[in-house]
Design a protein around this ligand. Structure first.
Ligand code: VGL
Ligand code: ZN
Length: 194
């Protein structure tokens, strides 16, 4: 496939935060492997002046998704902690970048970068029509952000070489990819973009 980036394309980088990396509180196996690849996508987009949106899980310390508060996850991405910071090697551009925090209030969780955020408004404001989505985890926040974008009418490309899943159950990431494709997402790799 050959894809040319146009003015109405945006890159969305999902949750590339320390807690989702090996050694973090809720590690995605080999989650750090996506960082150099995503940096190349970031370069491609930002060198053309296209916007890059970074979502982050940004929970209060008593968040409902945490085991002690009725959820299924260990505490992770607590606001203003080291674990909530982006991976130190992630190249966040100086211009045309936006940080989207989600899951910020105690009683709501958000796997999608669109849930309870202004992401859709920001994309609409710029006339964005196509979004390119990478990051972690394939089977949670990437999946839900992709499905959210499709529901909102965006054309969605999933960066196959820039995602990793947790696979709480074996095959979860594979199933997530199939679902995203069924709903209309297109899987691409770095070599598809010029
Ligand atoms: C995520 C589990 C809990 C994710 C966030 O970013 O995929 N997974 N919170
Ligand atoms: Zn979370």
């Amino acid at each position: 496939m050959r894809i040319k980036i146009n003015d109405f394309d945006a890159l969305i980088i999902v949750d590339v935060q320390n807690d989702f990396m090996p050694g973090g509180a809720l590690p995605v196996p080999e989650g750090d492997k996506v960082v150099p690849v995503l940096n190349q996508y970031i370069d491609l987009f930002s060198s053309k002046g296209n916007p890059v949106y970074f979502t982050r899980d940004w929970h209060p310390e008593d968040h409902i998704s945490f085991e002690s508060y009725g959820g299924i996850w260990p505490p992770h991405c607590v606001q203003d902690t080291e674990g909530a910071k982006f991976h130190p090697d992630l190249k966040i551009p100086l211009d045309n970048k936006f940080i989207i925090s989600k899951g910020t209030s105690r009683d709501f969780d958000a796997y999608s970068g669109f849930q309870g955020t202004v992401l859709n408004d920001l994309l609409k404001e710029r006339g964005i029509k196509r979004v390119f989505v990478g990051g972690v985890a394939t089977d949670y926040c990437v999946k839900n952000t992709v499905l959210g974008a499709l529901n909102l009418g965006y054309q969605v490309f999933v960066l196959e070489d820039g995602i990793k899943g947790v696979d709480v159950k074996e095959g979860d990431s594979e199933k997530a990819l199939e679902l995203m494709k069924d709903k209309g997402a297109i899987l691409i790799n770095l070599g598809d973009i010029r």
